[in-house]
Design a protein around this ligand. Structure first.
Ligand SMILES: [Zn+2]
Length: 268
């Protein structure tokens, strides 16, 4: 049984010096690949370097919606340079209207550019959506079905929207938030998603899982890592009443389908 962590941030300064050990523990946990998403131009190079140092790390390059306010004028060229230089996906990108003062128009423009690149370069896209579902659906309908599958990371939307996203070529990614006993909406979404459309992620180093044995750790040292993925898969499989192995195999196969273009590029 193998796993793919479909969304994490291994460049994060809180964990960067521990990557060799984090990678070891991921291997022991049968996490075969880790999709590490950059979030701004400043961490493109580090993300690229990680993917060169560790064959199990698949890079994605993009501008996270939280950081559109600080983008340089050359961000488009830098993004294209990295996408064309490395076998990679696109992201983390998306829209997040949680902060009422955010520049919504800027987020939408930047996100739409990522969608165009995903279509032109035929790359998987790793999408972040928070409190912006109507706008996201509007953009999707305008863009049409993706050429290569993408995913909505750490899904927080309603179960009712899932068929629409699936019909647009999107996979639904579940993080450790499914292990939170208060996360009823996420649980409903997990129950609704098609068996051939869910993937799993840790969002390392964030979204620390709600597992009794993990919560014994002091709060200050609670940094998530890809090696926690099987524990998340076990809880998620229990929620939908599917065997752990069957559930994990579905998630793995689905993730392979999404990141197929990156894996093919790595082999060349
Ligand atoms: Zn993320």
């Amino acid at each position: 049984m193998n796993f793919i962590d479909s969304h994490c941030h291994l460049h994060d300064s809180r964990i960067i010096s521990d990557i060799p050990w984090i990678e070891d523990r991921a291997k022991i946990a049968n996490v075969q690949y880790m999709v590490s998403c950059a979030t701004m131009v400043d961490n493109f190079e580090l993300t690229a370097q990680l993917s060169k140092d560790f064959p199990s790390i698949l890079p994605c390059f993009g501008i996270h919606p939280w950081f559109v306010g600080s983008i340089s004028r050359q961000w488009k060229e830098r993004l294209e340079h990295y996408l064309l230089t490395y076998p990679s996906g696109i992201g983390e990108t998306g829209i997040d209207f949680t902060d009422k003062t955010c520049d919504r128009e800027a987020q939408i423009k930047v996100f739409q550019h990522h969608l165009i690149l995903a279509r032109e370069l035929e790359r998987p896209i790793n999408i972040h959506v928070r409190n912006a579902w109507d706008t996201f659906i509007h953009i999707l309908k305008k863009t049409g079905k993706l050429k290569v599958p993408g995913l909505i990371h750490s899904y927080s939307g309603s179960a009712d929207m899932i068929p629409l996203f699936e019909s647009h070529g999107l996979y639904i990614s579940f993080s450790g938030s499914v292990t939170n006993p208060r996360a009823k909406k996420v649980v409903n979404a997990l129950k609704r998603v098609s068996k051939d459309r869910f993937v799993l992620e840790t969002d390392t180093p964030d979204i620390y899982p709600y597992l009794p044995e993990y919560l014994l750790e002091p709060e200050a040292s609670r940094l998530n890592e890809p090696g926690n993925l099987p524990a998340i898969a076990r809880i998620a499989s229990d929620i939908i009443g599917m065997g752990f192995e069957q559930f994990s195999n579905h998630a793995y196969e689905n993730s392979l389908k999404v990141f197929h273009p990156v894996l093919e590029g790595k082999k060349i």
